[in-house]
Design a protein around this ligand. Structure first.
Ligand code: HEM
Length: 155
């Protein structure tokens, strides 16, 4: 199946019909998308501010990560359910949207960074410079994902 026909098929799927049915469906799912990003990126930002030495200095990054990790994963789960649902509602338009494409590339890099380097950095004893670098890169990557997501509707 060619990519174009896959996105056409997705736009006529039962998920897309549900998303394009009642007026409240898309805004409710988009609100859940927002809540998911608040939980996932909000908890990551707390750890990154600690890595940057700007907040929560009475806790180690490892302690914060241990406490917040389940909320980060819950937020990611909500994003990975609501995002594709919204995408299916108008896949033909979204998949050619440059801001959506930018966001998906940043999202892939941000996920890879989060589950490899960022996870290692929060667990290990590392130099303050390396901690700041990791915290700053993480914040920059997730900011790019959010900006890409926000700009989808304007591009
Ligand atoms: C952690 C991962 C993610 C984050 C932080 C994120 C963040 C955002 C943000 C901030 C918006 C703008 C919401 C608004 O302006 O109301 C957005 C919109 C959107 N996201 Fe995500 N997103 C994520 C994952 C995904 C995934 C995996 C998909 C689909 C495969 C997706 C599809 C969309 C779509 C289609 C919109 C545009 C809705 C519209 O037309 O306004 N997102 N996202």
């Amino acid at each position: 199946m060619q990519a174009a026909s896959f996105f056409e098929w997705l736009t006529t799927s039962s998920w897309a019909n549900a998303m394009n049915g009642p007026e409240w469906a898309f805004p409710v799912v988009e609100s859940l998308h927002f809540i998911g990003f608040a939980f996932s990126i909000g908890t990551i930002a707390i750890i990154d501010l600690r890595l940057l030495g700007l907040a929560m200095r009475d806790h180690t990054a490892a302690e914060l990560a241990a406490d917040l990790n389940r909320w980060t994963l819950a937020g990611f789960a909500l994003m990975l359910i609501t995002g594709p649902l919204m995408f299916s509602a108008d896949a033909v338009r979204y998949h050619v949207n440059p801001s959506f494409q930018f966001k998906m590339i940043c999202l892939l890099v941000a996920f890879l960074f989060h589950f490899t380097i960022h996870r290692k950095v929060t667990q290990a004893e590392i130099s303050p410079f390396a901690a700041k670098l990791a915290g700053g890169l993480s914040l920059a990557l997730w900011t790019a994902v959010i900006a890409g997501g926000r700009m989808i509707a304007f591009v």
